[in-house]
Design a protein around this ligand. Structure first.
Ligand code: ATP
Length: 350
């Protein structure tokens, strides 16, 4: 039996069906990330698990117990918010121990748990400070520490890094991953950032319009997206997605002359830029983005009588190309994806 199980879970806000019959099983110790565009329902789903938003229908089980209607405080879960939600007048130590003091836990036990959490999170020198005397990253670590001392059955994170700058976000992400390795605690983490999802998750749940589009390990989603939405949501720059009617030559360029009508998807790293006059497709450079380790080359491919199709190539070598330069393009063998007109992935022809 799964550790946490959602069955046909629904949520309405007035007439809006924000969560549409979600089924999901999470194993003990798993790190699961809910990802999706703004408004897809990921925070609502997390809050329903936390008991902060009521479940309209369906059921929620945790560790063999039905908790669908149980009060949030009795669910044995700890949530870490984007806003930290720390008590400003309390010291770091008091913030971290608040829930345990409320539950009348023995003082020596509290001290030991707070010290241990502070060690794990590198907060020992700051235990007597108040939150306003800390940086954003340190405050977020206190919020995480407060969750750790409670030793909950499940950690719930709602966009915990969005208030941090890019460098600190990257650093804190690594710390959260390390923390999960050390504690092995079951974790559900909400983000709209697919890089965070890919780097932290054992399994990623991609949501759209209140429903699950696909669940899988980060590389399963990257290598075998179930539909166009997942294919283009995971990976930057996005997977190239070309209508076969718009660029019939792409069929033979990818080596699939008999590909059915629909869409061909190719990740940018599989689009290979060649000198003009070579390659199976001819195009013109529109933009070159030199990122240092990577170079992105946007090329317009001559389409049959149409305005052309833009393909982006990603390469790990520098480029001396400029906008307007003529280039050839090839697609690496067996690297393409096929989607039907409804956007669902279909098997490649053999
Ligand atoms: P974001 O990344 O922008 O936070 P999200 O994926 O977390 O988005 P939710 O906050 O879960 O999305 O919202 C899902 C949908 O439910 C949205 O259309 C939102 O407007 C709506 N919604 C959320 N909370 C409420 C509420 N309390 N009352 C009415 N509608 C709500």
């Amino acid at each position: 039996m799964p550790f946490l199980q959602l069955k046909a879970v629904d949520k309405y806000f007035g007439a809006l069906r924000a969560i549409k019959g979600i089924d999901l099983s999470i194993e003990k110790g798993e790190f699961v990330v809910f990802v999706g565009p703004s408004g897809c329902g990921k925070s609502t789903l997390l809050r329903m698990i936390a008991g902060l938003t009521e479940i309209d229908s369906g059921s929620l089980q945790l560790d063999g117990r039905d908790i669908t209607r149980l009060a949030s405080s009795k669910r044995d879960l700890a949530m870490v918010f984007q806003s930290y939600a720390l008590y400003p007048h309390m010291s770091v130590a008091d913030n971290m121990s608040f829930a345990l003091r409320l539950a009348n836990v023995d003082k020596a036990v509290i001290r030991e748990k707070v010290q241990r959490a502070a060690e794990i999170l590198n907060l020992t020198p700051y235990l007597q400070r108040t939150p306003k005397e800390l940086s954003g990253g340190q405050r977020q670590r206190v919020a995480i520490g407060r969750a750790i001392v409670r030793a909950p059955k499940v950690f719930l994170f709602d966009e915990p890094l969005s208030n941090l700058d890019a460098a600190l976000r990257g650093q804190t992400r690594v710390e959260i991953a390390k923390l999960h390795r050390e504690l092995g605690a079951t974790t559900i983490y909400v983000t709209h950032d697919q890089v965070e999802a890919m780097t932290l998750a054992d399994r990623v749940v991609v949501l759209r319009d209140g429903a699950i589009e696909q669940v899988g390990s980060p590389l399963e989603l990257y290598d075998r997206p179930a539909n166009q939405f997942v294919a283009q949501f995971i990976g930057t720059p996005q997977m190239n997605m070309v209508d076969t009617a718009q660029l019939p030559a792409l069929r033979s360029a990818v080596g699939a002359d008999h590909a059915p009508d629909g869409f061909i998807g190719v990740r940018p790293e599989y689009v290979l830029v060649r000198p003009a006059g070579s390659g199976r497709l001819a195009g013109q450079v529109e933009l070159v983005e030199s990122l240092g380790a990577d170079t992105l080359i946007y090329a317009n491919v001559n389409a049959n009588g149409g305005p052309g199709v833009q393909l982006v190539a990603r390469q790990n070598t520098r480029s001396s190309l400029h906008p307007g330069d003529a280039v050839g393009l090839d697609i690496a063998p067996a690297s393409f994806h096929l989607f039907n007109r409804q956007g669902q992935a279909v098997a490649r022809p053999q």
